[in-house]
Design a protein. Structure first.
Length: 153
């Protein structure tokens, strides 16, 4: 049985792009006015993006949810610094990078004070991860762990 052809999706119209820009502008104005609906919308619309940025820098991290919240706490305390609504995602990414850098530095300091070597601590594993994948993952983050924090990011 032949499969039906999909209709090509139309490119976003100029009106849709303008609507998105207007929505961003309204969101930023709401954030700057301290509106709860805007804060909720920011978190709901951008939490997954911030989580991806943090994960790409830190890898799996036991405190990932807390770090995402930290990014939003810091961002919400500085909403007056948003100059251009279209730059909202990159503005949030800058906070995520800063929080990740700070986290990496804290981890490095903890290693100096730790009584156990990091390789002796148990690692959480994904139930579907193969041993080869886990070895590659550990090797990758060991190399990253030896790099300077600013170069790593």
């Amino acid at each position: 049985m032949p499969t039906p052809l999909r209709k090509p999706q139309p490119a976003p119209s100029a009106l849709a792009i303008l609507d998105e820009g207007a929505e961003l502008e309204q969101l930023v104005r709401g954030l700057q006015a301290g509106r709860a609906w805007a804060q909720r919308a920011l978190l709901e619309d951008h939490a997954a993006y911030v989580e991806r940025v943090l994960t790409r820098i830190l890898g799996r991290h036991s405190e990932l949810e807390d770090l995402v919240q930290e990014v939003f706490i810091r961002a919400l305390s500085r909403v007056d610094q948003i100059d251009e609504p279209s730059g909202l995602r990159s503005w949030l990414a800058a906070f995520a990078v800063f929080v990740a850098r700070e986290t990496l530095r804290k981890q490095r300091r903890r290693r100096w004070l730790s009584f156990s070597a990091p390789e002796e601590l148990p690692e959480p594993t994904a139930p579907t991860a193969t041993p080869e994948l886990l070895n590659a993952y550990h090797a990758f983050y060991q190399v990253l762990g030896r790099m300077d924090v600013d170069l790593r990011i």
